[in-house]
Design a protein around this ligand. Structure first.
Ligand code: NAP
Ligand code: F7E
Length: 325
């Protein structure tokens, strides 16, 4: 039985990855940070699985990482924990760097110090490309446009460095945006699909958004966690882009989500400049041909199908809440 350690297990990707690994008979150890309310709603349904073990810790607390790595002795480590919101990273740059950049270094050093033969996945991001025009692939220039993107770039290079310096099987997965009904509610796709469901039910009549012109390459999160796993099963460690290869504007996503409920987005979307960023990433569209050729990975779900799938899930949530009320 393989043992995996997952940071960020309570997040969107961590929850899908935990399901994926448990289905493949892994013993899964998850790092959970302490908060005054339990923050495990995305993994509650896995609670009774005897192969799932949760541990308190934090990427900003090196001691907790050293102790956990020594205790678990994982064969695979997936570092998904992060302060993952780009706009918030402008408001909390110090914490963002400590969690995302130094946190990755702390975890790598914990593995190195324990002399573990383990494979390491780093959750890197298309935000590292920033202002480099699309299509972006593994060879494209990095030019991050936020404290988040810069922190992830440091984590990317430190992963590459531990691979080159110490022979670690370290992989940096450069993932473009991927969404799902479990997406955090303040990312734009989920904010839109939740609003559509609420407007349709008569709970509100509008949603306030920032820049509608940005282009993103949105894929479906469960497919992307399988890509992470495939990267760690490869013969050699190297870096991969995962993306659909198709770009849409935020406006396109709005149009599809509202149309799915028979609504015209122009009647319900208001502009609010407070949701704009000090520096924007205008267009991200990935070229995942290396992952397709070497890992047999290809995105199957595209943005506009995703919009409909997410609206349907949010409609069910609203119906359940109204039923309970
Ligand atoms: P998410 O839903 O925001 O989840 C982030 C996870 O990190 C949560 O479990 C969170 O815990 C945890 N976390 C935050 N700060 C931490 C800290 N100081 N110590 C330990 N854990 C901490 O993010 P996601 O969408 O699943 O993304 C997973 C990873 O992929 C992230 O590293 C993200 O930056 C990266 N990424 C995401 C995308 C995307 O489109 N989704 C694309 C490229 C890369 P709480 O539940 O307690 O908040
Ligand atoms: O913004 C625009 C916003 O916050 C997408 C993270 O998972 O993917 C994600 O980062 C676009 C941006 O995602 C609102 O300006 C307009 O252009 O959903 P988002 P993101 O910034 O692309 C990357 C790959 C990651 O790695 C990150 O962790 O939508 N936008 N109006 C808005 N965005 C938000 N959040 N809220 C708005 O009201």
């Amino acid at each position: 039985m393989k043992r995996a350690l997952v940071t960020g297990i309570t997040g969107q990707d961590g929850s899908y990855l935990a399901e994926f690994l448990l289905e493949r008979d892994y013993e899964v150890h998850g790092l959970v940070r302490r908060s005054s309310l339990l923050n495990r709603s995305r993994i509650d349904h896995l609670h009774d699985n005897p192969r799932l073990h949760l541990h308190y810790g934090d990427l900003t607390d090196g001691v907790s990482l050293v102790n956990l790595v020594r205790m678990v002795e994982p064969q695979e480590v997936y570092n998904l924990g992060a302060m993952s919101h780009v706009k918030v990273s402008f408001e909390m740059p110090d914490y963002t760097a400590s969690t995302n950049a130094i946190g990755t270094l702390r975890l790598l050093e914990a593995i190195h110090a324990a002399r573990l033969e383990c494979r390491f996945y780093q959750a890197s991001t298309s935000e590292m490309f920033g202002s480099t025009p699309p299509p972006q692939n593994e060879e494209s220039k990095f030019h991050p446009r936020s404290p988040y993107g810069a922190s992830k770039l440091q984590a990317h290079w430190v992963t590459v460095n531990y691979r080159e310096a110490y022979g670690l099987f370290g992989v940096s997965g450069i993932l473009f945006n991927h969404e799902s009904p479990r997406r955090g509610e303040n990312f734009v796709t989920r904010k839109i699909t939740k609003a559509v469901a609420a407007i349709e039910a008569g709970l509100t009549d509008h949603v306030e958004l920032g820049n509608l012109e940005a282009v993103r390459d949105w894929g479906y999160a469960p497919e992307y966690v399988e890509g992470m796993w495939r990267m760690l099963q490869a013969d050699e460690p190297t870096d991969y882009v995962l993306a659909t290869g198709v770009g849409h504007t935020v406006r396109d996503f709005c149009e599809a989500a509202f149309a799915h409920a028979g609504l015209d987005w122009r009647d319900h979307v208001k502009h609010n400049e407070s949701f704009e960023r000090p520096a924007e990433v205008d267009a991200l569209i990935g070229d995942a041909s290396k992952a397709e050729a070497e890992l047999g990975w290809k995105a199957g779900t595209h943005a506009l199908d995703l919009a409909r799938l997410m609206v349907d899930a949010d409609r069910e949530d609203v119906a359940r809440l109204l039923g309970e009320g």
